[in-house]
Design a protein around this ligand. Structure first.
Ligand code: G3P
Ligand code: MG
Length: 243
């Protein structure tokens, strides 16, 4: 069965990358989450997509220039102002603590392509190990040096390269860096690529699949997982196809 991973949580209906969005994704029937990690000035791992806080909070400036205490003063509700209370930027620690009480899998995307966060891989791995979550975590990144670094530090934790464009035989590339799967943009995951990868034992988890036609196609081709902003919609479509 194709797993449904909620992109930044249930980002279609709740403020992305907040505990609220993660909890609602679980309620909506997602089997897993995708989240993005950046690092504060004082070296804390925080769950936020952009390098800057401007788009998703009421603050301005770079995450790396904030201490965790300062970052925790911001409101991350952004376009969901109608929500009754402030949502805070969660730390990775807070998310993993909650996650450990669920059965969800979690794709941690290291956002260290634009800014190089020194030591981010070690910190993520230490935290995953501390919560004993190694078998439920997939570490991905557009920075493939970073995921290979993670693999060398912690071969027990799965890694997956993010691919924004189509590669020639991406399953061979994945195997070459000891990844058991890869995460392509959905346009870079046509049926023949999905099939050839699965036949080679390499999993394919395309992002960010929100269109009904693409969800249907990827469920029909038995893709390993899809990463979507709308886990409830994906559940409905998957149920219709498997009926
Ligand atoms: O991890 C899949 C997807 O999240 C990659 O792109 O920009 O949404 O983090 P982005
Ligand atoms: Mg992401």
């Amino acid at each position: 069965m194709t797993l449904i991973l909620a992109h930044r949580g249930y980002a279609a209906e709740y403020p992305e990358n907040t505990l609220l969005a993660f909890k609602e994704a679980e309620k909506a029937g997602a089997e897993g989450l995708e989240l993005d990690v950046q690092m504060t000035r004082d070296g804390e791992l925080v769950v936020i997509h952009d390098e800057k806080v401007d788009r998703t909070t009421d603050g301005t400036g770079l995450v790396k220039d904030y201490s965790l205490k300062e970052l925790k003063k911001l409101d991350a509700r952004f376009k969901f102002e109608a929500l009754p209370k402030k949502e805070l930027i969660p730390t990775l620690d807070e998310v993993l603590e909650w996650l450990s009480g669920t059965k969800l899998v979690c794709n941690i995307e290291l956002k260290n392509s634009i800014i190089t966060y020194e030591g981010m891989e070690e910190k993520v791995i230490n935290m995953v190990r501390a919560y004993d979550l190694s078998d439920r975590i997939i570490i991905s990144s557009f920075n493939h040096y970073s995921i290979v670094h993670s693999y060398l530090l912690a071969p027990e934790i799965e890694i997956a390269p993010l691919l924004s464009e189509g590669l020639y035989m991406p399953w061979i590339y994945a195997q070459s860096i000891k990844a058991k799967g890869f995460h392509p943009h959905w346009r870079a995951a046509p049926d023949q690529i999905v099939r050839a990868s699965l036949e080679s034992g390499i999993e394919v988890r395309p992002y960010t699949v929100n269109k009904e036609t693409e969800l249907e196609r990827l469920f029909k081709v038995d893709c390993s997982a899809i990463i979507t902003d709308d886990p409830a919609k994906a559940r409905r479509i998957r149920e219709k196809i498997n009926r």
